[in-house]
Design a protein around this ligand. Structure first.
Ligand code: ATP
Ligand code: DP6
Length: 373
């Protein structure tokens, strides 16, 4: 009987944002959302789960520190997985009777608006499903119970979370629109502005928006369905300019709703707004849309761009956001990039205050969770 498993799971960054629940305890959203799964080579949660008759209690360690296992969301995921294993008769009963120990680490900042709850809960649920031999079952609905956005990290590539219409949420789950191999050219630069814990978490921020924002109703009814349809088509056609425009528009609308929330949720800061205006200026002057931005519930930017523009965009970012650490390997992390050596023609852009970015992560679209052998 195998009683221990180690798995990794990816981060996903939404291009059409999930913001607002119709049922708080079942984590059912008011709108569909769509995301890109990022490569686990650069950003991931890694979780080891073991079950043993000698364990006296369930335990979870996150980034080396013990957390409370009796957390409602963790317990719900654990109970649902065990229930499914019982029904599927896929798991030895002795294993299901054992307490479990979970040890998880994120190789990127936790609770900083970089979707750690998404990769963290996807990893936990996928790991438990492996431990209990639930190999081929749908588990995105269980990951959703940990954190809504976690359901999308169960799949690689381009993923839609279908909100569903049923009261019990049985039809609210993630589906893969296209695998990572469909559009491997899509690259990602994460501009880390601040990686400390944010003040208003996504859970409470979106709950406040649902109650107080007038605009959120318009977004849900009129904008999101159309955008989901259009961006799915853009992904199928690998149409970057269309994908980019929808992504930027949706990020802007999401933050407009945050400001329409009362009291407002302010996630973007001056540096974030500077990134937005530099990117619009850059795309305009280059004569085509080469790069798109999106911001989750924090100040950090996630840029999507085709591979052939990575060097130029990064050189541009280095010009407008000069940094004392620019030459250090710690500054540009993730998949290595060779910077342009030749003189660039960026003199028309006035640089922003020095050291406004903490570091940059370069990554790509990637696959879903996997077992670490
Ligand atoms: N590896 C992990 N395993 C289990 N739980 C995790 C893991 N990583 C993060 N979490 C949970 O997710 C919480 C952080 O979620 P939160 O929504 O505050 O931030 P975020 O996911 O980084 O940002 P956002 O969702 O806005 O992009 C942590 O406090 C922890 O409870
Ligand atoms: C801005 C977002 O990242 C919000 C993510 O919210 P969470 O999934 O963290 O919220 P809960 O379901 O309450 O755990 C947008 C998105 O990922 O779609």
């Amino acid at each position: 009987m195998q009683n221990s498993v180690t798995v990794i799971a990816p981060v996903n960054i939404a291009v059409i944002k999930y913001w607002g629940k119709r049922n708080e305890s079942l984590i059912l959203p008011i709108n569909d959302s769509l995301s890109v799964t990022l490569s686990t080579a650069d950003l991931c949660s890694k979780t080891t789960i073991s079950a043993d008759p000698s364990y006296e209690s369930n335990q979870i360690i996150l980034n080396g520190k013990e957390e409370n296992f009796e957390n409602e969301r963790i317990l719900r995921c654990f109970e649902m997985i065990k229930q499914r294993a019982l029904e599927a008769e896929s798991c030895p009963k002795e294993l299901l009777d054992c307490k479990i120990h979970v040890d998880s680490e994120n190789n990127f900042p936790t609770a900083a608006g970089l979707a750690s709850s998404a990769s963290g809960y996807a990893c936990l649920v996928y790991g438990m499903a492996q431990l209990y031999s639930l190999k081929k079952q749908e588990i995105s609905d269980i990951a959703r119970m940990g954190s809504g956005s976690a359901c999308r990290s169960i799949y690689g590539g381009f993923v839609q979370w279908q909100k569903g219409v049923e009261l019990d949420g049985n039809d609210s789950m993630a589906v893969q629109i296209a695998p990572a191999s469909h559009w491997p050219d899509l690259n990602v630069l994460i501009l880390v502005v601040n990686d400390s814990k944010k003040k208003v978490g996504s859970t409470s921020g979106m709950a406040r928006s649902v109650v107080t924002s007038e605009l959120i109703k318009y977004r849900v009814e009129k904008c999101v369905p159309q955008r989901i349809h259009s961006i799915t088509q853009a992904i199928k056609d690998r149409d970057f300019p269309k994908f980019a425009e929808l992504t930027m528009r949706d990020s802007n609308q999401f933050h407009a709703i945050c400001l329409d929330t009362f009291p407002p949720c302010v996630y973007m800061n001056d540096v974030s707004h500077a990134i937005v205006s530099y990117i619009h200026e850059f795309n305009k002057n280059e004569g085509e849309t080469k790069v798109a931005y999106t911001f989750d519930a924090g100040p950090n930017a996630c840029l999507y761009l085709p591979e052939k523009y990575v060097k130029r965009v990064l050189s541009f970012i280095n010009h407008v956001f000069p940094n004392d650490n620019q030459e250090s390997v710690e500054y540009i992390r993730g998949t290595p990039v060779e910077l342009e050596n030749e003189e660039n023609d960026f003199s028309q852009y006035i640089p922003y205050a020095k050291n406004s970015l903490k570091y940059i992560i370069h990554t790509k679209v990637g696959d879903g969770p996997s077992i670490v052998e």
